[in-house]
Write a protein that binds this ligand. Structure first.
Ligand code: HEC
Ligand code: HEC
Length: 395
């Protein structure tokens, strides 16, 4: 009896230990699963007015199973709460799906990129205009959407076959056949393009491009700007003050379109390197130049050194939500960025990342006071979407 009791007692201890072990493992597993900024599942709510293609596009945009390893979706780096830019605001660039891997550039907002024209050379002005990404290397949103899934610094899939298998395994895979017919997912080339075209359809919806900022309401005569915001607007437009509108147009166009705050052209503003860019420290197979890496931007896209250091003028819509700033995330606040525009040529700033082709005419010595810079910041904050009248007391 006694030995039997001891036997059961031992068995009980062993079972308890085993249970503890299993629990620990599960916890570890859970920790692994939730590591990184965006693993686990997200419930995606779909606007009932969406077409099937838009619905499919949204599901794909938010689907974390489409990276290798799984855990990263487009929305991991383009989250709706920050105007479809990177929610990890204290990182100058974006984290890849593989641990310890970073991209080389600051994230961009996907909102309003549907309006970016394809890259072209304007013969009259003799300048490059349009193109997606900071350096204009993609012409359409569907072409763009085929970049991240295969980029080793982003969603890191080895090939389109891997992605096709992932697409075939989706719980909503039948939407592909509904939109593109029975062969939609049969071969990798077609499946991958179909995926990208659906994502483009979603990126073109009003959900991603809402034009619902306080400034939009003001342009339509439906909101009042505060005295400081109005002062900021004037400084933004005045050629002898901020002169911002020269590149970031802010008025309704001749065709009656709401402003996008970019003329889609390219400039080298003399933006300094960002020594905090974690890309510099990546191994040589991912970054052969190490800390000497220089981002030449448009120059590489068009294979012309005269364009080195130039980046596309970004939209300023929702800019208050999309810290940090510039192609390399070197400025953490709007005020510090404006201080750079204001005094680049008159006080000590670090040297430009690319010292050729710097725009010396339109910025660098604006002569604005701190109060004026604050007013421009206040104006920029009116460009955040989702404003409604109950916010009207907000600055
Ligand atoms: C790891 C983070 C990351 C992921 C994942 C990611 N992006 Fe991006 N996205 C970026 C970065 C960084 C840039 C700017 C890169 C550059 O200019 O070279 C960018 C740029 C873009 C742009 C260009 C915007 C413009 O105005 O030119 C679009 C559109 C876009 N991404 C859509 C997507 C879509 C669609 C997916 C999913 C298929 C996706 N991104 C996945 C980080 C990411
Ligand atoms: C000559 C054209 C030009 C003028 C004038 C100009 N900008 Fe820009 N702006 C750019 C370019 C190009 C970039 C991107 C530069 C880079 O990444 O290195 C930029 C970037 C920005 C950004 C960062 C946006 C982001 O998403 O990272 C803000 C904010 C901004 N500009 C505001 C302003 C304001 C405010 C003014 C007026 C004081 C102004 N700009 C004047 C061309 C211009």
């Amino acid at each position: 009896m006694f030995t039997c009791k001891r036997y059961y007692l031992r068995l009980l201890i062993i079972i308890t230990l085993l249970a503890v072990c299993i629990l620990c493992c599960c916890n570890d597993q859970q920790r692994d699963d939730t590591e990184g900024k965006d693993s686990g599942t997200t419930t995606v709510s779909i606007d009932p007015s969406f077409t099937t293609k838009e619905r499919l596009g949204k599901l794909l945009f938010f689907d974390k199973s489409l990276s290798t390893p799984p855990g990263q979706s487009c929305s991991s780096c383009h989250a709706p709460e920050v105007a479809f830019a990177d929610p990890e605001l204290d990182l100058p660039v974006s984290r890849g799906s593989r641990s310890g891997i970073y991209g080389n550039r600051n994230d961009m907002t996907v909102s309003y990129s549907a309006f970016v024209p394809p890259l072209h050379f304007d013969k009259e002005e003799a300048i490059w205009v349009g193109g997606l990404f900071w350096d204009g290397r993609a012409n359409t949103l569907s072409e763009q959407a085929q970049g991240p899934p295969l980029n080793p610094l982003e969603m890191a899939n080895p090939d389109t076959l891997t992605i096709t298998k992932k697409l075939q395994a989706l719980s909503y895979a039948e939407l592909f056949t509904e939109v593109y017919g029975p062969d939609a997912l049969n071969d990798p080339g077609t499946a991958f393009t179909n995926m990208a075209v659906a994502i483009e359809a979603y990126e073109k919806t009003a959900e991603v491009n809402p034009f619902s900022s306080k400034y939009d309401y003001w342009l339509r005569g439906e909101a009042e700007l505060s005295e400081q915001e109005l002062r900021g607007l004037k400084l933004f437009e005045a050629e002898d003050k901020g002169n911002c509108a020269a590149c970031h147009p802010n008025r309704i166009s001749e065709e009656g379109l709401l402003p996008l705050f970019t003329d889609f052209t390219y400039d080298n503003l003399g933006t300094p390197k960002n020594p905090e860019n974690p890309f510099y420290a990546l191994p040589p197979e991912l970054n052969p130049d190490g800390f000497d890496f220089v981002d030449v931007g448009l120059g590489e896209t068009v294979n012309d050194p005269a364009q080195n250091g130039k980046f596309r003028v970004p939209t300023l819509r929702n800019v208050a939500l999309t810290t940090p700033y510039m192609h390399n995330g070197v400025f953490k606040t709007l005020f510090s960025l404006l201080a750079f525009y204001n005094t680049r040529d008159v006080t000590e700033w670090p040297t430009p990342e690319v010292s050729e082709n710097v725009n010396m005419e339109e910025l660098g010595n604006l002569g604005l006071t701190n109060q004026e810079l604050e007013a421009i910041v206040a104006f920029l904050k009116t460009l955040t979407d989702g404003w409604n009248e109950s916010d009207s007391n907000q600055q």
